[in-house]
Design a protein around this ligand. Structure first.
Ligand code: AMP
Ligand code: MG
Length: 317
């Protein structure tokens, strides 16, 4: 093809991953499946590559990125791990928890990646395609969700193409994301205090109880100022959203749960994991439908249901 803005779409097989690694190593930006949502990956040590991510997404420069690593050796080169952070990492990685820790002064990272903060967000993903890509490129990757800023997050290659086609170098199609919600974000402070900065697939309150036998303290007000991405309207389907709907009104696209039916049902058996994995696909369908409004059935506020409700409240705000 001669159009130099065309975005390649390749299957996430070994040849596809190899091609993606070549592009990323050369400073390009590639959408890649992870267990949470599709990420838009670039080498974390390149100012130019990280700038391309912000530009492609239309992301405000005050909203920092998560650095994805494939080993603890890599993690310890970008962040200062206290004994407690080591203990938590050993417990949750690889997996859907992002740790916010002090950024190492000598970290080989683009400045813009942490938006000028003294901390850095780090995660070791548990998806073989993303892990293979990090390993092949050989340096940590900065990777926010692979969508235009303020739109619904992508859980399929098709969702990525819907907003980023022509704006990025390549999409690796690895099928649907198994977990389907962005990572839980946990800041571990130098005094040992935990701040949950974003609810996600892993229940941080339950984790704190397992490790320390006590509940997670409520979030300090300063924590939300530190994470600007959490304050802005996010995950917006671009239409009014009505929550805890028991019936469908005229003009509404109903996202149901359990026996409530709906135009798209999150989980007919009432399984919250399944509902999380299907949430963004249903929101994408609702956004594309000709109905002007969206209604969503009540989702139980327990376990991963807390993270689903967090995303729905943002979609409705
Ligand atoms: P996304 O990858 O699009 O899900 O966005 C990453 C999220 O991580 C955003 O909400 C950021 O605000 C948050 N984040 C990244 N780095 C930091 C940091 N150093 N401190 C607090 N939050 C962070
Ligand atoms: Mg995002």
């Amino acid at each position: 093809m001669s159009d130099k803005n065309a975005t390649e779409m390749l299957r996430a097989d070994p040849a596809g991953v190899s091609r993606a690694a070549e592009i990323v190593r050369g400073g390009g930006i590639v959408a890649v499946p992870t267990e949470t949502v599709y990420g838009l990956a670039a080498r974390a040590d390149s100012d130019a590559a990280i700038a391309r991510i912000y530009a492609a997404k239309g992301r405000p420069s005050i909203n920092p990125l998560i650095v994805h690593i494939a080993s603890m050796d890599e993690a310890r080169k970008v962040a200062d791990f206290s004994d407690e952070a080591e203990r938590v990492a050993a417990r949750v990685w690889p997996g859907s928890v992002t740790l916010v820790l002090p950024r190492r002064k000598d970290a080989d990272l683009a400045n813009a990646i942490s938006a000028g903060l003294p901390t850095i967000a780090v995660r070791m993903p548990d998806h073989q395609v993303m892990r293979a890509l990090i390993t092949r490129v050989g340096v940590p990757l900065g990777a926010p969700s692979a969508n235009l800023s303020n739109t619904v997050s992508p859980t399929s290659a098709h969702h990525v193409a819907a907003t980023l086609d022509g704006r990025i170098d390549m999409i690796l199609d690895g099928g649907d994301c198994p977990t389907g919600l962005e990572s839980s974000i946990l800041a571990i402070r130098q005094n040992g205090r935990w701040d949950q900065l974003r609810a996600g697939p892993v229940d941080l309150d339950a984790l704190h109880r397992q490790l320390y036998g006590s509940a997670l303290a409520p979030v300090q007000p300063s924590a939300s100022i530190e994470a600007p991405g959490q304050l802005t309207r996010h995950y917006s389907p671009g239409k009014p959203v009505r929550l805890s709907a028991s019936t469908k009104k005229n003009g509404e696209f109903l996202i149901g749960f359990g026996s409530s039916g709906g135009d798209c049902n999150l989980s007919e058996s009432g399984n919250l994991q399944e509902a999380a994995a299907r949430l963004y696909a249903c929101l994408h369908l609702a956004a594309q439908s000709s109905r002007p409004r969206i209604a969503v059935s009540r989702i139980p506020d327990k376990g991963i249901g807390k993270a689903i409700n967090d995303r729905l409240r943002r979609a409705a705000s």
